[in-house]
Design a protein around this ligand. Sequence first.
Ligand code: ADP
Ligand code: MG
Length: 378
Amino acid sequence: MKLDAKALRYMSSEEFRVLTAVEMGSKNHEVVPSQLIAQIAQLRHGGTHKRVGELAKKKLIARVQNMSYDGYRLTYGGYDYLALKTFAKRGTVYSVGNQIGVGKESDIYIVADEDDNQHVLKLQRLGRMSFRTIKSKRDYLQKRKSASWMYMSRLAAMKEYAFMKVLYENGFPVPEPVDQSRHCVVMGLIDAFPLRQIEEIGNPGKLYSELMSLIVKLAQHGLIHGDFNEFNILIKSDGSPVLIDFPQMVSTSHVNAEYYFNRDVECIRVFFRRRFGYESALYPRFTQDVNREFSLDVQVAASGFSKKMQKELEDYQEEIKDMSSEDEDEDEDDEDDDSDEDATEAETSAKDNIPELTEEEKMEQKMRNIRLGNTEPT
Ligand code: ADP
Ligand code: MG
């Protein structure tokens, strides 16, 4: 699912008004009835109808024929538009550059503000799933997908932003949180490579203990990353790590805290053994090494990401995890034999789908950065 930055350039204020009406209607309607859209938008002479047609053509909304009524729902494109528009208004995003990442449930772009400071835009895409999964769980998804992809993606972005902010303010090596709207987070661009891409390293023991200390320090602040792997650790040119990707963080008081903690530790041990041939008898253990000294939970809650939201998102993530592991079991025979890497397999293949750009292409993309902001063609 690409971010269609071109569609962002031109939009009349009436169209924008109608798009906003669809978003407002979505708060309590899965499919927003056409009549309600018109009521909210309040355009004269039945102007809404025409605007709805234009928005549908641009794929910012989609028509849904329901059993009881016809109406429209916002698409990811429409939701992207609204978030970007908000960022543009606040001055945090002025132009969108090239895509630097695509995960199972997110898209990552380089963006810039008006002074050409580059940042990273992460768009959550919860509900985007493999065709296989959709096929086998069609009924489930029909109930779920339209009802909550928007809400769940928004929760994931809110959570990511809230944790990033608290971690950043407490001196952890994470990107600077810049802005958040709907399903999107804007954050500092880290000039670094994911650990996954580092083939050789001068002193693996030093990085290993830095990473283990980071896991322990997090836990002493009451937190577990939950996905502490070679994709979510960026290594700067001076060799120091930066941690990213927070929507799955859990508290050390979570019922499965010990499991998540040990899994994070194990991820690093296994990676260092395989990649650098480095093994150490020293590694932190939840029961021995975690004395909770502070709790950042309170600060996170103060940011507006409530316990209730945390629970809703966690339940959803659990369901999705169950679904995808069931799915993997069913189709075991068509995976390749590289069972060594099973935990990160899905993430790898999704990332490997991005075609490598040549330097020239990258430059060209940069030059073609698309301007946001003004909506009327001049
Ligand atoms: P996902 O939830 O899809 O795993 P991540 O937040 O882990 O998304 O980001 C995916 C990839 O995008 C990372 O592996 C990294 O290469 C790149 N990336 C994400 N955030 C940043 C950032 N702030 N600076 C530089 N690169 C980033
Ligand atoms: Mg990640």
